[in-house]
Write a protein that binds this ligand. Structure first.
Ligand code: SF4
Length: 421
């Protein structure tokens, strides 16, 4: 096993490669199927994959499910069955039963990758037979990926399907990365008040009509973990606007400001539009600052939200990031958040979980943000933890969610105080 080394760069980054403790990309289906109700996610995987999805997504509350797993059996793994014929049969039955499906995603898994089942070929073959439904594929496997990459891969698979936005059309704003509808509506209102009316959200709420993309697209990312999709959009001509991510009062201001500048909104209008929301966010944060200021926080690499969240917690709430671990560090996408981290913060990329746990134990931070598998053992050692996955499932973007976001970090500290009494 190689020793960790400091990489070259503006800010030294500790790069590690070893045992990791993260969920796989199938997890993204949990929020993607809610966002795109006319899409269906067919995982081609094992019983483990089906179990993960079922437990992560909870009880199905829909009349008809929007995801399922086509189980690869042992004889398939042994190459005894023709998986493609079996897949065609499953897809045929599904689409006959469910004429409401507009887009079908064939989602690859570890088992389908191990047996080298080519789902992109299967998708094109099936597409040729069923022109009424868009059939796409992407990988949600846990081999060398973390759970938020499932969304990145899904969006990247959709990019070639987006219509062309003519080069001479007026600029349009595209906000990429899944946001809860309520947050999307809040941002759309703020953009409209600034005079930015031409706004698309990607992924859209329905896949029947996809947003167009081209050189007139100004691309603002709502999630830092969609680098592959962002690059695919850039290759279609979109211009990336970089900014801090919209967490807290300052992050949201910076993010909205990037759009305002790109669309020529004057400073006075911008300040006037954001003032009420910014004030609400600052008031909500002040209520948590007392509890959080000065507290030391350690991020294990998990959601890829780590750098923007560490910026939010340190700059806006006075927390002290001891180590900010992230599975992959995209220096372009998180540049503004990275630059705002306090001097001396250790940023680490990748994971060697044993070495990292040694550092957690040595540092004994007040709060450790980590995956579910690590939370219980650390709690048993007397360390307060926060589940990283909760940060992806909760509405945390924008002015009106700033207080809730701070609360997610304050709650485990309060709980620990109560346990100590
Ligand atoms: S895709 Fe891989 S990591 Fe994810 S549930 Fe299936 S087998 Fe497990």
């Amino acid at each position: 096993m190689s020793a960790p080394r400091l990489a070259e760069g503006v800010q030294p980054v500790l790069r590690e490669r070893g045992q990791r403790e993260v969920f796989c990309g199938l997890t993204g289906i949990v929020w993607l199927h809610r966002k795109m109700p006319d899409a269906f996610f067919l995982v081609v995987g094992s019983r483990t994959c089906a179990h993960l999805l079922q437990s992560a997504a909870g009880v199905m509350i829909f009349a008809e499910p929007r995801f399922a797993t086509a189980i690869i059996e042992e004889r398939d793994l042994a190459g005894l069955a023709d998986m493609n014929a079996e897949l065609d049969r499953v897809v045929g039955r599904l689409l006959e039963r469910r004429p409401d499906i507009r887009t079908l995603f064939l989602v690859g898994s570890c088992p389908s990758e191990v047996i080298k089942l080519d789902l992109s070929r299967a998708a094109s073959r099936l597409q040729g037979e069923r022109p009424g439904v868009r059939i796409l594929s992407y990988s949600g496997s846990g081999i060398e990926t973390t759970f938020t990459q499932g969304e990145d891969a899904c969006l990247a698979a959709m990019v070639p399907e987006l219509p062309v936005l003519a080069a001479d059309s007026p600029p349009r704003l595209m906000v990429a990365g899944t946001l809860p509808d309520v947050v999307e509506d809040q941002f759309r209102r703020l953009f409209a008040e600034m005079g930015i009316e031409q706004v698309d959200f990607f992924p859209p709420r329905g896949t029947a009509t996809l947003p167009a993309v081209g050189p007139s697209t100004r691309l603002l990312l709502a999630q830092p973990f969609i680098g592959t999709a962002a690059r695919a959009l850039e290759s279609r001509g979109a211009k990336l606007l970089t900014a801090q991510f919209p967490f807290g009062a300052e992050g949201t201001t910076a993010w909205l400001h990037a759009a305002a500048r790109a669309f020529g909104v004057d400073e006075m209008t911008f300040r006037r539009v954001i003032a009420p929301g910014r004030e609400r966010a600052k008031r909500a944060l002040a209520r948590h600052a007392e509890k959080l200021a000065g507290k030391r926080i350690f991020f294990m690499p998990d959601s890829q939200l780590e750098v923007p969240l560490a910026r939010f917690l340190s700059v806006e709430l006075g927390m002290v990031p001891v180590e900010v671990g992230t599975p992959y560090l995209d220096r372009t996408i998180v540049a503004d958040d990275l630059a705002a981290l306090p001097e001396g913060t250790t940023v680490s990329e990748g994971q060697d979980v044993d070495l990292q746990l040694d550092r957690v134990r040595a540092a004994r931070p007040d709060l450790t943000v980590c995956g579910l598998g690590l939370a219980n053992p650390l709690e048993a050692e007397g360390l307060a933890t926060k589940w990283a996955i909760e940060l992806v499932f909760s509405p945390i973007h924008g002015f009106d969610q700033a207080g809730d976001l701070a609360e997610l970090f304050a709650r485990p500290l309060r709980r620990r105080d109560l346990l100590r009494v």
